[in-house]
Design a protein around this ligand. Structure first.
Ligand code: ZN
Ligand code: FE
Length: 259
């Protein structure tokens, strides 16, 4: 049985900690800083860190990898198309890996960075998706390296996963993403309700994650570029006829960059 918890890092990153309760082995996803993981391990000395998963090369996701590997000997998995410090296993689209007894499939999801990958564990009850900085709760990552076409395609692939897929992204950006979602779809009751709920959670200093794909499809504007009301709003914003979902997506992303 696997338990998952967030180790907060920096101002708004989460390092996901996966614990196999039977073997007392654990894994982390995107340790941008070693310190929160080392602190947790120090407080939980019976646990052994065996695997480190990396979604993309940005320092807030990789900064702790080298030190954690040095002290634990953990195996480091990272995208084949990017440099990951002390990587043991290079992963490309559709590759499979087994971590703590769970099989994960790799999704190449270029856009935020060109080599960005996501990790998906298929399971009938609780499928898991570690989406890094690609799919955020109610948002998506900035296009630092890729094109709108690439990111739209990447998000579309993730959006096809089943409704009950739990989405573990790497940042607590949900509330600001929902402020934007409200601006895009002021008449979408699911967006309004989620905005109110996450406002309350954040007021109580509670984490807003994981999300799930059913909720993302209903409230994440970047998964809704094919919705007529979203297209209409995108057209209003950039004064164009955004005739394809990719064009709508590009207009939304450009708007959000300055929102
Ligand atoms: Zn990033
Ligand atoms: Fe990041």
């Amino acid at each position: 049985m696997i338990q998952i918890q967030a180790l907060p890092a920096f101002s708004d990153n989460y390092i996901w900690l996966l614990q196999d309760m039977t073997s007392k082995r654990c894994a982390v996803v995107d340790p941008g800083d070693a310190e929160p993981v080392l602190t947790w391990l120090a407080h939980n000395p019976e646990w052994r860190l065996t695997d480190i998963l990396v979604t993309h090369h940005h320092a807030d996701h990789t900064g702790g990898v080298e030190q954690l590997k040095r002290v634990s000997g953990a195996r480091v998995y990272g995208p084949a198309a990017e440099n990951t410090p002390v990587r043991d296993v290079s992963l490309a689209d559709n590759d499979q890996l087994t971590v703590l007894g769970l099989t994960f499939t790799v999704y190449a999801v270029p856009g935020h960075t060109l080599g960005h990958i996501a990790f998906y564990h298929a399971d009938s009850r609780t499928p898991l998706l570690f989406s890094g900085d690609t799919l955020f709760a109610a948002g998506c990552g900035r296009l630092f390296e890729g094109t709108p076409e690439q990111m739209h395609h990447s998000l579309s692939r993730l959006a096809e996963l089943s409704d009950n897929t739990l989405v573990y992204c790497a940042h607590e950006y949900t509330l600001s993403n929902l402020r934007f979602a409200v601006a895009v779809e002021p008449n979408n009751p699911d967006v309004i309700q989620r905005f109110e709920q996450v406002t309350q959670w954040r007021h109580e200093n509670r984490i807003s994650l994981p999300s799930n794909l059913a909720l993302e499809r209903k409230t994440n504007p970047f998964l809704r570029a094919d919705v007529p009301a979203v297209k209409k709003k995108a057209d209003e914003r950039n004064g164009a006829d955004n005739s394809t979902p990719v064009a709508v997506f590009a207009a939304l992303r450009a708007w959000k960059d300055k929102f």
